[in-house]
Write a protein that binds this ligand. Structure first.
Ligand SMILES: Cc1cc2nc3c(=O)[nH]c(=O)nc-3n(C[C@H](O)[C@H](O)[C@H](O)COP(=O)(O)OP(=O)(O)OC[C@H]3O[C@@H](n4cnc5c(N)ncnc54)[C@H](O)[C@@H]3O)c2cc1C
Ligand SMILES: NC(=O)c1ccc[n+]([C@@H]2O[C@H](COP(=O)([O-])OP(=O)(O)OC[C@H]3O[C@@H](n4cnc5c(N)ncnc54)[C@H](OP(=O)(O)O)[C@@H]3O)[C@@H](O)[C@H]2O)c1
Length: 366
Protein backbone atom coordinates (compact mmCIF):
# COMPACT_ATOMS: atom_id res chain seq x y z
CA UNK A 1 0.00 0.00 0.00
CA UNK A 2 1.23 3.51 -0.82
CA UNK A 3 -0.52 6.69 0.25
CA UNK A 4 -0.58 9.97 -1.70
CA UNK A 5 -0.83 12.92 0.66
CA UNK A 6 -1.88 16.19 -0.98
CA UNK A 7 -0.44 19.27 0.70
CA UNK A 8 2.49 19.82 3.04
CA UNK A 9 0.61 21.95 5.54
CA UNK A 10 0.08 20.75 9.08
CA UNK A 11 -2.51 18.15 8.02
CA UNK A 12 -0.27 16.64 5.33
CA UNK A 13 2.79 16.60 7.58
CA UNK A 14 0.74 15.02 10.34
CA UNK A 15 -0.39 12.30 7.89
CA UNK A 16 3.24 11.72 6.86
CA UNK A 17 4.33 11.52 10.51
CA UNK A 18 1.78 8.78 11.26
CA UNK A 19 2.59 6.87 8.04
CA UNK A 20 6.25 6.80 9.08
CA UNK A 21 5.30 5.51 12.49
CA UNK A 22 3.14 2.77 10.95
CA UNK A 23 5.79 1.96 8.35
CA UNK A 24 3.40 2.84 5.51
CA UNK A 25 4.86 4.07 2.25
CA UNK A 26 3.75 7.57 1.19
CA UNK A 27 4.50 10.61 -0.97
CA UNK A 28 3.52 14.16 -0.08
CA UNK A 29 2.61 16.41 -3.02
CA UNK A 30 2.90 20.15 -2.38
CA UNK A 31 2.04 22.77 -4.99
CA UNK A 32 3.97 25.73 -3.56
CA UNK A 33 7.41 24.30 -2.92
CA UNK A 34 7.13 25.40 0.73
CA UNK A 35 6.39 23.53 3.91
CA UNK A 36 3.87 24.74 6.45
CA UNK A 37 0.81 25.54 4.30
CA UNK A 38 -0.93 28.64 5.57
CA UNK A 39 1.77 29.17 8.24
CA UNK A 40 4.34 29.98 5.53
CA UNK A 41 4.11 33.80 5.49
CA UNK A 42 4.98 35.79 2.38
CA UNK A 43 4.52 39.47 1.52
CA UNK A 44 3.28 38.32 -1.88
CA UNK A 45 -0.40 38.14 -2.77
CA UNK A 46 -2.01 36.87 -5.97
CA UNK A 47 0.46 34.60 -7.76
CA UNK A 48 4.08 33.61 -7.24
CA UNK A 49 6.94 33.86 -9.74
CA UNK A 50 5.83 30.55 -11.32
CA UNK A 51 2.22 31.70 -11.74
CA UNK A 52 0.94 29.49 -8.90
CA UNK A 53 -1.67 31.06 -6.59
CA UNK A 54 -0.36 32.28 -3.25
CA UNK A 55 -1.80 29.86 -0.70
CA UNK A 56 -1.10 31.52 2.64
CA UNK A 57 -3.60 33.77 4.43
CA UNK A 58 -1.14 34.84 7.14
CA UNK A 59 -0.58 38.48 7.99
CA UNK A 60 2.18 40.24 9.91
CA UNK A 61 1.86 40.32 13.69
CA UNK A 62 -0.56 37.35 13.88
CA UNK A 63 -0.79 35.84 17.34
CA UNK A 64 -2.33 32.39 17.56
CA UNK A 65 -5.94 32.12 18.66
CA UNK A 66 -5.20 28.93 20.60
CA UNK A 67 -2.46 28.41 23.19
CA UNK A 68 0.41 26.23 21.94
CA UNK A 69 -0.70 23.55 24.42
CA UNK A 70 -3.68 22.97 22.07
CA UNK A 71 -1.64 23.33 18.87
CA UNK A 72 0.60 20.36 19.58
CA UNK A 73 0.81 17.09 17.68
CA UNK A 74 1.05 13.83 19.57
CA UNK A 75 4.72 13.10 20.38
CA UNK A 76 5.83 16.56 19.19
CA UNK A 77 5.75 19.04 22.08
CA UNK A 78 6.66 22.67 21.41
CA UNK A 79 10.05 23.73 22.70
CA UNK A 80 9.58 25.21 26.18
CA UNK A 81 7.84 28.58 25.73
CA UNK A 82 7.47 31.51 28.03
CA UNK A 83 4.11 32.32 26.44
CA UNK A 84 1.16 30.15 25.43
CA UNK A 85 -0.06 32.31 22.51
CA UNK A 86 2.65 32.26 19.87
CA UNK A 87 3.66 34.31 16.86
CA UNK A 88 3.22 32.94 13.32
CA UNK A 89 6.98 32.39 12.90
CA UNK A 90 7.13 30.32 16.10
CA UNK A 91 4.40 28.03 14.76
CA UNK A 92 6.22 27.73 11.42
CA UNK A 93 9.45 26.74 13.24
CA UNK A 94 7.47 24.05 15.06
CA UNK A 95 6.00 22.74 11.79
CA UNK A 96 9.53 22.55 10.39
CA UNK A 97 10.64 20.31 13.26
CA UNK A 98 8.09 17.76 12.02
CA UNK A 99 9.79 17.89 8.61
CA UNK A 100 13.24 17.37 10.18
CA UNK A 101 11.94 14.25 11.82
CA UNK A 102 10.36 12.96 8.60
CA UNK A 103 11.64 11.70 5.29
CA UNK A 104 12.30 13.53 2.00
CA UNK A 105 9.16 15.08 0.49
CA UNK A 106 8.46 15.24 -3.27
CA UNK A 107 6.94 18.57 -4.29
CA UNK A 108 4.03 19.07 -6.75
CA UNK A 109 1.42 21.69 -7.80
CA UNK A 110 -2.32 23.01 -8.01
CA UNK A 111 -5.01 25.00 -6.06
CA UNK A 112 -5.12 27.83 -3.49
CA UNK A 113 -7.25 28.86 -0.52
CA UNK A 114 -10.70 29.86 -1.80
CA UNK A 115 -11.91 33.10 -0.20
CA UNK A 116 -15.67 33.55 0.24
CA UNK A 117 -16.90 36.99 -0.85
CA UNK A 118 -20.64 37.60 -0.35
CA UNK A 119 -22.54 38.91 -3.32
CA UNK A 120 -23.41 42.46 -2.24
CA UNK A 121 -25.07 44.71 -4.85
CA UNK A 122 -22.92 47.64 -6.00
CA UNK A 123 -19.56 46.22 -4.89
CA UNK A 124 -18.42 45.96 -8.52
CA UNK A 125 -18.65 49.73 -8.95
CA UNK A 126 -17.33 50.66 -5.47
CA UNK A 127 -14.63 53.26 -6.07
CA UNK A 128 -12.15 52.27 -3.32
CA UNK A 129 -9.84 49.30 -2.80
CA UNK A 130 -11.55 45.95 -2.09
CA UNK A 131 -9.72 42.89 -0.83
CA UNK A 132 -10.29 39.67 1.07
CA UNK A 133 -8.40 38.93 4.28
CA UNK A 134 -6.61 36.15 2.36
CA UNK A 135 -4.66 38.97 0.67
CA UNK A 136 -4.22 41.17 3.76
CA UNK A 137 -0.64 41.39 5.03
CA UNK A 138 -0.09 44.66 6.93
CA UNK A 139 -2.21 47.65 8.05
CA UNK A 140 0.02 50.38 6.53
CA UNK A 141 -1.88 50.73 3.21
CA UNK A 142 -4.92 51.82 5.26
CA UNK A 143 -3.24 54.79 6.96
CA UNK A 144 -5.58 57.80 7.16
CA UNK A 145 -8.40 55.94 5.42
CA UNK A 146 -12.00 55.16 6.36
CA UNK A 147 -12.11 51.39 6.24
CA UNK A 148 -15.01 48.95 6.34
CA UNK A 149 -14.35 45.39 7.57
CA UNK A 150 -17.01 42.77 6.90
CA UNK A 151 -17.07 39.77 9.25
CA UNK A 152 -16.23 39.30 12.90
CA UNK A 153 -14.51 35.91 12.86
CA UNK A 154 -10.89 35.74 14.06
CA UNK A 155 -9.67 37.50 10.87
CA UNK A 156 -12.21 40.33 11.13
CA UNK A 157 -11.54 40.95 14.81
CA UNK A 158 -7.77 40.96 14.54
CA UNK A 159 -7.44 42.79 11.22
CA UNK A 160 -9.90 45.54 12.24
CA UNK A 161 -7.87 46.03 15.42
CA UNK A 162 -4.59 46.27 13.46
CA UNK A 163 -6.07 48.70 10.92
CA UNK A 164 -7.61 50.88 13.63
CA UNK A 165 -4.07 51.79 14.75
CA UNK A 166 -3.41 53.63 11.46
CA UNK A 167 -6.79 54.42 9.89
CA UNK A 168 -8.97 57.50 10.40
CA UNK A 169 -12.03 55.36 11.14
CA UNK A 170 -12.78 51.63 11.07
CA UNK A 171 -16.29 50.16 10.77
CA UNK A 172 -16.87 46.48 11.46
CA UNK A 173 -20.03 45.00 9.96
CA UNK A 174 -21.30 41.79 11.54
CA UNK A 175 -24.38 39.59 11.85
CA UNK A 176 -24.61 39.53 15.63
CA UNK A 177 -27.61 41.33 17.19
CA UNK A 178 -25.48 42.12 20.25
CA UNK A 179 -22.52 44.49 20.33
CA UNK A 180 -19.15 42.76 20.10
CA UNK A 181 -16.73 43.13 23.00
CA UNK A 182 -14.24 45.09 20.88
CA UNK A 183 -12.29 48.30 21.42
CA UNK A 184 -14.10 51.64 21.25
CA UNK A 185 -11.91 52.54 18.27
CA UNK A 186 -14.12 50.30 16.12
CA UNK A 187 -17.56 51.45 14.95
CA UNK A 188 -19.92 48.50 14.91
CA UNK A 189 -22.46 48.17 12.11
CA UNK A 190 -25.06 45.62 11.01
CA UNK A 191 -24.85 43.85 7.63
CA UNK A 192 -24.22 45.82 4.43
CA UNK A 193 -27.25 45.92 2.12
CA UNK A 194 -25.50 47.52 -0.84
CA UNK A 195 -22.75 49.83 -2.00
CA UNK A 196 -23.56 53.02 -3.89
CA UNK A 197 -20.40 54.58 -5.33
CA UNK A 198 -18.23 55.09 -2.26
CA UNK A 199 -20.99 54.63 0.34
CA UNK A 200 -21.94 51.49 2.21
CA UNK A 201 -25.68 51.27 2.91
CA UNK A 202 -26.47 49.11 5.94
CA UNK A 203 -29.57 47.00 6.58
CA UNK A 204 -30.74 49.42 9.30
CA UNK A 205 -30.89 52.22 6.70
CA UNK A 206 -27.76 54.06 7.89
CA UNK A 207 -24.90 54.70 5.49
CA UNK A 208 -21.19 55.59 5.68
CA UNK A 209 -18.67 56.99 3.24
CA UNK A 210 -15.87 54.45 2.89
CA UNK A 211 -12.41 54.52 1.28
CA UNK A 212 -11.53 50.82 1.39
CA UNK A 213 -13.23 47.50 2.13
CA UNK A 214 -11.76 44.29 3.58
CA UNK A 215 -13.88 41.14 3.39
CA UNK A 216 -13.06 38.97 6.41
CA UNK A 217 -15.86 36.63 5.46
CA UNK A 218 -14.08 33.29 5.59
CA UNK A 219 -13.38 30.58 3.06
CA UNK A 220 -15.12 28.00 0.87
CA UNK A 221 -14.27 24.33 0.81
CA UNK A 222 -12.86 23.62 -2.63
CA UNK A 223 -11.06 20.63 -4.13
CA UNK A 224 -10.69 21.57 -7.81
CA UNK A 225 -8.21 18.72 -8.38
CA UNK A 226 -10.84 16.04 -7.64
CA UNK A 227 -12.82 14.72 -10.59
CA UNK A 228 -16.59 14.26 -10.35
CA UNK A 229 -15.98 10.50 -10.45
CA UNK A 230 -14.65 10.75 -6.86
CA UNK A 231 -18.27 11.21 -5.79
CA UNK A 232 -17.56 14.03 -3.34
CA UNK A 233 -19.85 17.04 -3.66
CA UNK A 234 -19.91 20.47 -2.04
CA UNK A 235 -23.43 21.83 -1.56
CA UNK A 236 -23.98 25.06 0.32
CA UNK A 237 -20.35 24.69 1.54
CA UNK A 238 -21.15 21.25 3.01
CA UNK A 239 -18.80 18.46 1.90
CA UNK A 240 -20.59 15.15 1.35
CA UNK A 241 -21.12 12.22 1.50
CA UNK A 242 -18.35 11.65 4.04
CA UNK A 243 -18.21 9.07 6.84
CA UNK A 244 -17.40 10.84 10.12
CA UNK A 245 -16.52 13.99 8.08
CA UNK A 246 -13.40 12.18 6.84
CA UNK A 247 -13.84 9.24 4.47
CA UNK A 248 -15.51 9.40 1.07
CA UNK A 249 -18.44 7.00 1.28
CA UNK A 250 -18.35 6.49 -2.50
CA UNK A 251 -14.58 5.86 -2.57
CA UNK A 252 -13.41 4.85 0.90
CA UNK A 253 -9.69 5.03 0.08
CA UNK A 254 -10.11 8.79 -0.37
CA UNK A 255 -9.96 10.73 2.90
CA UNK A 256 -10.08 14.40 3.92
CA UNK A 257 -8.14 15.57 6.95
CA UNK A 258 -9.23 18.76 8.66
CA UNK A 259 -12.73 19.48 7.33
CA UNK A 260 -14.30 20.22 10.76
CA UNK A 261 -13.74 23.77 12.03
CA UNK A 262 -13.97 25.54 15.42
CA UNK A 263 -11.68 22.83 16.73
CA UNK A 264 -8.06 22.30 17.76
CA UNK A 265 -6.51 21.52 14.37
CA UNK A 266 -3.47 19.49 15.53
CA UNK A 267 -5.27 16.98 17.80
CA UNK A 268 -8.02 16.85 15.16
CA UNK A 269 -5.52 15.96 12.43
CA UNK A 270 -3.82 13.38 14.67
CA UNK A 271 -6.98 11.44 15.44
CA UNK A 272 -8.47 11.76 11.93
CA UNK A 273 -5.22 10.43 10.40
CA UNK A 274 -5.06 7.56 12.91
CA UNK A 275 -8.72 6.78 12.08
CA UNK A 276 -7.95 6.63 8.34
CA UNK A 277 -4.82 4.52 8.78
CA UNK A 278 -6.70 2.13 11.09
CA UNK A 279 -9.26 1.58 8.33
CA UNK A 280 -6.63 1.21 5.59
CA UNK A 281 -4.49 -1.25 7.56
CA UNK A 282 -7.50 -3.38 8.53
CA UNK A 283 -7.23 -2.53 12.25
CA UNK A 284 -10.96 -1.86 11.97
CA UNK A 285 -13.39 -2.52 9.14
CA UNK A 286 -15.43 0.36 7.72
CA UNK A 287 -19.18 -0.33 7.75
CA UNK A 288 -20.86 -1.18 4.43
CA UNK A 289 -21.75 1.77 2.18
CA UNK A 290 -25.49 1.71 3.02
CA UNK A 291 -24.71 1.71 6.76
CA UNK A 292 -22.37 4.69 6.42
CA UNK A 293 -24.98 6.55 4.33
CA UNK A 294 -27.71 5.79 6.88
CA UNK A 295 -25.56 7.13 9.72
CA UNK A 296 -24.87 10.27 7.69
CA UNK A 297 -28.55 10.88 6.95
CA UNK A 298 -29.41 10.46 10.64
CA UNK A 299 -26.63 12.82 11.62
CA UNK A 300 -27.81 15.42 9.07
CA UNK A 301 -31.34 15.21 10.51
CA UNK A 302 -30.04 15.86 14.04
CA UNK A 303 -28.67 19.26 12.98
CA UNK A 304 -31.04 22.18 12.30
CA UNK A 305 -31.90 23.24 8.73
CA UNK A 306 -30.54 21.93 5.46
CA UNK A 307 -26.87 20.88 5.69
CA UNK A 308 -24.44 23.76 5.18
CA UNK A 309 -20.89 24.53 6.29
CA UNK A 310 -22.30 24.68 9.85
CA UNK A 311 -22.54 20.89 9.70
CA UNK A 312 -18.74 20.84 9.97
CA UNK A 313 -18.59 23.13 13.03
CA UNK A 314 -17.45 21.29 16.19
CA UNK A 315 -16.90 23.81 19.01
CA UNK A 316 -18.26 22.27 22.23
CA UNK A 317 -18.95 18.98 20.40
CA UNK A 318 -15.25 18.51 19.62
CA UNK A 319 -14.63 16.18 22.61
CA UNK A 320 -17.49 13.82 21.73
CA UNK A 321 -16.39 13.81 18.06
CA UNK A 322 -12.88 12.76 19.13
CA UNK A 323 -14.27 10.05 21.43
CA UNK A 324 -16.60 8.73 18.73
CA UNK A 325 -13.69 8.33 16.28
CA UNK A 326 -11.60 6.54 18.93
CA UNK A 327 -14.43 4.20 19.91
CA UNK A 328 -15.43 3.44 16.31
CA UNK A 329 -11.92 2.57 15.15
CA UNK A 330 -10.71 1.22 18.51
CA UNK A 331 -7.79 3.63 18.54
CA UNK A 332 -6.17 5.71 21.29
CA UNK A 333 -8.29 8.60 22.56
CA UNK A 334 -7.38 12.27 22.51
CA UNK A 335 -6.78 13.09 26.20
CA UNK A 336 -9.83 14.84 27.76
CA UNK A 337 -7.59 17.71 28.93
CA UNK A 338 -7.55 19.01 25.33
CA UNK A 339 -11.30 19.61 25.32
CA UNK A 340 -11.25 20.96 28.90
CA UNK A 341 -8.62 23.59 28.09
CA UNK A 342 -10.28 24.32 24.73
CA UNK A 343 -13.58 25.17 26.46
CA UNK A 344 -11.68 27.51 28.78
CA UNK A 345 -9.88 29.42 26.00
CA UNK A 346 -12.78 29.77 23.57
CA UNK A 347 -14.76 31.59 26.22
CA UNK A 348 -11.87 33.94 27.04
CA UNK A 349 -8.80 34.53 24.85
CA UNK A 350 -6.26 36.60 26.74
CA UNK A 351 -2.91 36.73 25.00
CA UNK A 352 -1.09 37.07 28.33
CA UNK A 353 -2.51 33.83 29.74
CA UNK A 354 -0.03 31.01 30.12
CA UNK A 355 -1.11 27.39 30.57
CA UNK A 356 0.51 24.10 31.41
CA UNK A 357 -0.93 20.65 30.78
CA UNK A 358 -0.25 18.51 33.85
CA UNK A 359 -1.66 15.16 32.75
CA UNK A 360 -4.37 13.69 30.49
CA UNK A 361 -7.11 15.33 32.60
CA UNK A 362 -5.71 18.49 34.15
CA UNK A 363 -4.23 21.83 33.16
CA UNK A 364 -3.14 24.78 35.24
CA UNK A 365 -2.74 28.47 34.54
CA UNK A 366 0.74 29.70 35.46
C1 LIG B 1 -5.06 33.46 9.19
C2 LIG B 1 -5.16 32.12 9.87
C3 LIG B 1 -4.79 31.99 11.19
C4 LIG B 1 -4.88 30.76 11.83
N1 LIG B 1 -4.54 30.69 13.16
C5 LIG B 1 -4.61 29.49 13.80
C6 LIG B 1 -4.20 29.37 15.17
O1 LIG B 1 -3.86 30.34 15.80
N2 LIG B 1 -4.22 28.15 15.74
C7 LIG B 1 -4.61 27.04 15.04
O2 LIG B 1 -4.55 25.93 15.60
N3 LIG B 1 -5.04 27.13 13.76
C8 LIG B 1 -5.04 28.32 13.12
N4 LIG B 1 -5.43 28.44 11.83
C9 LIG B 1 -6.00 27.25 11.17
C10 LIG B 1 -4.98 26.57 10.25
O3 LIG B 1 -5.65 26.55 9.05
C11 LIG B 1 -4.60 25.21 10.78
O4 LIG B 1 -3.89 25.38 11.97
C12 LIG B 1 -3.68 24.39 9.88
O5 LIG B 1 -2.51 25.09 9.62
C13 LIG B 1 -4.35 23.92 8.60
O6 LIG B 1 -3.47 23.00 8.01
P1 LIG B 1 -3.81 22.28 6.64
O7 LIG B 1 -2.63 21.43 6.33
O8 LIG B 1 -5.13 21.64 6.76
O9 LIG B 1 -4.01 23.42 5.56
P2 LIG B 1 -2.99 24.47 4.97
O10 LIG B 1 -2.10 25.02 5.98
O11 LIG B 1 -3.83 25.43 4.19
O12 LIG B 1 -2.10 23.60 3.97
C14 LIG B 1 -2.60 23.03 2.78
C15 LIG B 1 -1.42 22.78 1.86
O13 LIG B 1 -1.88 22.03 0.73
C16 LIG B 1 -1.31 22.56 -0.43
N5 LIG B 1 -2.18 22.16 -1.55
C17 LIG B 1 -3.46 22.49 -1.71
N6 LIG B 1 -3.91 21.92 -2.86
C18 LIG B 1 -2.92 21.22 -3.39
C19 LIG B 1 -2.78 20.42 -4.54
N7 LIG B 1 -3.80 20.25 -5.38
N8 LIG B 1 -1.60 19.82 -4.78
C20 LIG B 1 -0.56 19.99 -3.92
N9 LIG B 1 -0.62 20.76 -2.81
C21 LIG B 1 -1.79 21.36 -2.55
C22 LIG B 1 -1.22 24.04 -0.17
O14 LIG B 1 -0.28 24.69 -0.98
C23 LIG B 1 -0.81 24.06 1.31
O15 LIG B 1 0.60 24.02 1.46
C24 LIG B 1 -5.36 29.64 11.14
C25 LIG B 1 -5.73 29.77 9.79
C26 LIG B 1 -5.63 31.00 9.16
C27 LIG B 1 -6.05 31.10 7.71
N1 LIG C 1 -5.21 34.96 15.31
C1 LIG C 1 -5.55 33.83 14.78
O1 LIG C 1 -5.15 32.80 15.25
C2 LIG C 1 -6.43 33.79 13.55
C3 LIG C 1 -6.64 34.95 12.80
C4 LIG C 1 -7.40 34.86 11.65
C5 LIG C 1 -7.97 33.65 11.27
N2 LIG C 1 -7.76 32.52 12.03
C6 LIG C 1 -8.34 31.21 11.62
O2 LIG C 1 -8.58 31.23 10.23
C7 LIG C 1 -9.77 30.54 9.93
C8 LIG C 1 -10.74 31.47 9.18
O3 LIG C 1 -11.14 32.57 10.03
P1 LIG C 1 -11.88 33.83 9.39
O4 LIG C 1 -12.14 34.80 10.47
O5 LIG C 1 -11.13 34.26 8.18
O6 LIG C 1 -13.24 33.20 8.83
P2 LIG C 1 -14.54 32.70 9.65
O7 LIG C 1 -14.15 32.20 10.98
O8 LIG C 1 -15.27 31.83 8.72
O9 LIG C 1 -15.37 34.03 9.88
C9 LIG C 1 -16.00 34.68 8.83
C10 LIG C 1 -17.07 35.58 9.42
O10 LIG C 1 -17.64 36.38 8.38
C11 LIG C 1 -19.03 36.46 8.63
N3 LIG C 1 -19.74 36.88 7.40
C12 LIG C 1 -20.04 36.15 6.30
N4 LIG C 1 -20.70 36.91 5.42
C13 LIG C 1 -20.81 38.15 5.96
C14 LIG C 1 -21.39 39.37 5.53
N5 LIG C 1 -22.00 39.49 4.36
N6 LIG C 1 -21.30 40.45 6.35
C15 LIG C 1 -20.68 40.36 7.55
N7 LIG C 1 -20.13 39.22 8.03
C16 LIG C 1 -20.19 38.13 7.24
C17 LIG C 1 -19.41 35.08 9.10
O11 LIG C 1 -20.64 35.11 9.77
P3 LIG C 1 -21.66 33.89 9.58
O12 LIG C 1 -20.89 32.65 9.96
O13 LIG C 1 -22.77 34.24 10.47
O14 LIG C 1 -22.01 33.87 8.11
C18 LIG C 1 -18.23 34.79 10.03
O15 LIG C 1 -18.46 35.31 11.32
C19 LIG C 1 -10.30 30.03 11.27
O16 LIG C 1 -9.80 28.73 11.46
C20 LIG C 1 -9.66 30.94 12.27
O17 LIG C 1 -9.51 30.34 13.54
C21 LIG C 1 -7.02 32.59 13.17
Amino acid sequence: MKIAIIGAGKAGLCAGKHCLKENISFDIFEQTGNLGGTWFYTDLVGHDENGAPIHTSMYKGLRTNLPNELMTFEDFPYPKQIRSYLLQEEVLDYVRTIRKNSTSIPISNTLSADPFIPDIPGIESFSGKVKHSHDYRTPEPYANKKVLILGSGPSGLEISQQISNVATKVFISHRSKDALPVSDALYQKCLVKEFVENRAIFEDGTSEEIDDVVFCTGYNYNFPFLSKRCGVKITNNYVHPLYKQIISIENPTLAFIGIPFKACPCPLFDIQVRFVLASLTGHFKLPKKDVMLKELVEEEKRKPGPPSSQYHQLGGAQGSYFDNLAETAKIRKIPPVIQKLYLRVISNRNLNDCFKIIDDHNWVQI
